[in-house]
Design a protein around this ligand. Structure first.
Ligand code: AMP
Length: 396
């Protein structure tokens, strides 16, 4: 069923959105990208003359109501973006909430309280999903960030709408963009993988080797590859239990004809701090009392060169501790190289919480082809897994 062509006149649409936004200690939203990206779907339903019931999770409450994780905190932001009042229900399945959503007028928007105040949400409980389904005549999944979870609101609820379920604009776009990378015949295809740990990205690295021409590995995870080749990495991040696998990946890259690029130099420091002095070191000889916190200047040149000469680019994970200004340069440079390639008609897909945070921090989000809202979901989709939130809609 196609969202764009569906007429929502006099329909109540229950929409699973991903409003799991970062909040500071005062409950103020620090990045509202996810809310902004849900707006076109909500607006389309309102413009058709329908009403909208929004449901989401926020953070990790312990399966019980907790004001720290209340979605009420995002209400002012949502109202400002929609330019209209939004009705808030302080519980997602209470009789009061069902009463509220049963008498909505055309154009009304309701926000339900955090789904994860109930343990049944993550358990994918059928009864809980049924109670949620009472709010709407039609179900829209527009939460790509949780599409890889078989939760009550992301997958199970779809069973209660056998003929009236569909993706919203956001998920449709996400799928289109990832499919473009998966199915494109445009080469060279370069994947840039960074972030803290090899362990969390191992499956995707192995999958990418089957697909890409260049694989760039930066960030904390690179040091495991350097140590595996007998480099001295000082106090840098390392996962000793992955040393053997790192060597196997290097081997596999050769077999698959993939050019694997690791850093050749590193910006180091004695402390994990923005205030201590920095030293540029060859990556294989970092002194024992230092740790690598960003890629070095020579590496930046090599990585940028590979990226600007690519036609398809996939980026997941920062090149260093970009949260500290002294160790941002590697990540900024990679982002700029991606922007440059995009200007030259490359298709660039940026996904994964921290690369998205980085690209937003540098104000470059609108200069790449697509910024994915789903880190884990995007990776699992790229790995070729069937995501429960997508499967439940497609199985009509
Ligand atoms: P991930 O969630 O695995 O993508 O990792 C992102 C985190 O990795 C960010 O918070 C970065 O600060 C961190 N990171 C990147 N490079 C390094 C490094 N060289 N040493 C320690 N942490 C790093």
């Amino acid at each position: 069923m196609n969202f764009e062509n569906y007429n929502f006149k006099n329909k109540r649409a229950i929409v699973r959105v991903d409003f799991n936004v970062p909040l500071d200690n005062n409950g103020v939203i620090t990045d509202d990208t996810r809310i902004k990206m849900a707006i076109p779907t909500i607006t389309k339903i309102i413009n058709d003359g329908g009403s909208v019931i929004l449901m989401s999770h926020l953070g990790r409450p312990d399966n019980e109501p907790n004001p720290k994780f209340s979605l009420q905190q995002i209400l002012p932001n949502l109202e400002a973006l929609l330019n209209q009042k939004v009705i808030f229900c302080d519980d997602c399945i209470s009789e009061k909430a069902v009463r509220t959503t049963s008498k909505l007028k055309s154009g009304d928007v309701v926000l339900l309280e955090n789904l994860r105040f109930y343990k049944e949400e993550k358990l994918g409980n059928k009864d809980f999903a049924m109670k949620l389904s009472k709010h709407g005549d039609v179900f829209i999944n527009d939460a790509f960030g949780t599409a890889h979870r078989a939760h009550a609101s992301t997958a199970i609820i779809a069973d209660f709408f056998p003929n009236d379920k569909m993706f919203g604009f956001l998920i449709e776009n996400e799928i289109k963009s990832v499919d473009k990378v998966l199915n494109s015949q445009n080469y060279p295809l370069t994947a840039i993988v960074g972030g803290a740990k090899v362990s969390s990205k191992i499956t995707i690295i192995l999958k990418l080797l089957e697909k890409v021409d260049h694989l760039i590995i930066g960030g904390g995870m690179a040091y495991t590859f350097i140590k595996a080749q007998n480099g001295s990495i000082g106090k840098s991040l390392v996962e000793d239990e992955f040393l053997k696998l790192a060597l196997e990946i290097l081997d596999e890259a050769k077999k698959q004809n993939v050019q694997l690029h690791l850093p050749i130099d590193s910006l180091c420091s004695k402390e994990f701090s923005n205030d201590s002095e920095t030293y540029l070191r060859p990556i294989f000889s970092i002194p024992d009392n230092e740790m690598g916190l960003d890629i070095g200047s020579e590496t930046i040149k090599i990585f940028s060169d590979v990226i600007t000469n690519s036609s398809l680019i996939l980026w997941n994970g920062p090149m260093g501790v970009f949260e500290m200004s002294n160790f941002q340069k590697g990540t900024i440079s990679v982002a700029n190289a991606i922007v440059k390639a995009t200007k030259n008609n490359a298709f660039s897909l940026v996904g994964g919480g921290d690369s998205v945070a980085a690209i937003n921090l540098f104000n470059l989000a609108n200069k790449v082809s697509h910024v994915s809202t789903g880190g884990g979901a995007m990776l699992e989709y790229l790995e070729g897994k069937e995501l429960p939130g997508i499967k439940s809609i497609k199985n009509s």
